[in-house]
Design a protein around this ligand. Sequence first.
Ligand SMILES: *Cc1c(COP(=O)(O)O)cnc(C)c1O
Length: 382
Amino acid sequence: MNEFKPVIQEVRRLFKTPEDYIPLHIPHFSGNEKKYVSECIDTTFVSSVGKFVDQFEIELAKYTGAKRCVVCVNGTNAIHLALEVHGIGAGDEVITQPLTFIATVNAIAYTGATPVFVDVDKDTMGMSPSSLQFFLETQTEIKDGKTYNKTSGSQIKACLPMHTFGHAVYIEEIKELCDKYNIVLIEDAAESIGSFYKGKHLGRFGAIGTFSFNGNKTMTTGGGGALITDDIELADRIKHLSTQAKIPHKWKYEHDAIGYNYRMPNINAALGLAQLENLGYILGQKRMLAYNYKDFFENLEFDFFKERPFEESNFWLNAIILKDKAQQQEFLEYTNSNGIMTRPIWELMCDMNMFKDNQCTDLSNARWLVDRVVNIPSSVIE
Ligand SMILES: *Cc1c(COP(=O)(O)O)cnc(C)c1O
């Protein structure tokens, strides 16, 4: 018997299907989604204005505890806006992690700034405060209160950690370092709606936190994203930049900056509002699945990626850590050829052609995880 056969059986038992294909993550609609989307169509307010955009922003701010929220067309441009509104551009550097979805790093590149990579921790799969500290202490110097890279001479303007699969990084330690070095902290919380660190929603530790509501995330607007912040002026600037930097006027076209067409259409916000109403249920079901997996994999002596005591994860994508690369490849091969979608964690950003010359610290932990981590089906089960 193949050693992974029990996994297939357990996933099929949990998802209550003896033979159908089981995808990694599909959206769950069981609330007001149809009602709100129909209302957009019935009233013709499907596009750039409408009440759902405002309502969704207010409710997201309330849910996360942030003072303000701005929604936009996807999570990638949410990060882009977060950097842009801080004046980050060509000649600047942004510290991030090499183990992330490419959007994090693409958004840095859109501004013209250069990403530099520090290692992740094995127990968070996200940015390692000790690697960040080592980089800052050995590779940078402070002049006039600003931090410069000793090798390139560029100013390091921002730090962009990412909370992997909805699990929190050691965000307090990272924030402390950013404050000490006068670097703006922006959290890529794309995967982390409904995730908390010591009771505080992820994305609220930095100047800005960004989210994605793509179809594969915990809740979806079709495509969509959001930024949260406690800085009201900053939120107003973000909104302005996301709407072509148009100065509000009944008929006149006046723009005071190079803006973006990044605002979220009303029809997407309608879907999002309904999803947010149901987020508690979605999170509860996902947590139950994660607990089932945890018990199952512990019995099999597989390493299941668990929630740490300081966090409350949304369990966006459940993950297991296999023994080595060979076992990881076998597992992927076996599960996918038996109708169960599984996927390895991302390849490292600095192994992509576009970023291969970028500065990196020692990346042993990130490389260790790349060879072992696999995501397993994580959708809501009714
Ligand atoms: C999903 C995701 C994004 C943004 O994705 P969009 O598809 O643009 O909404 C950004 N960063 C990470 C880590 C993500 O997983």
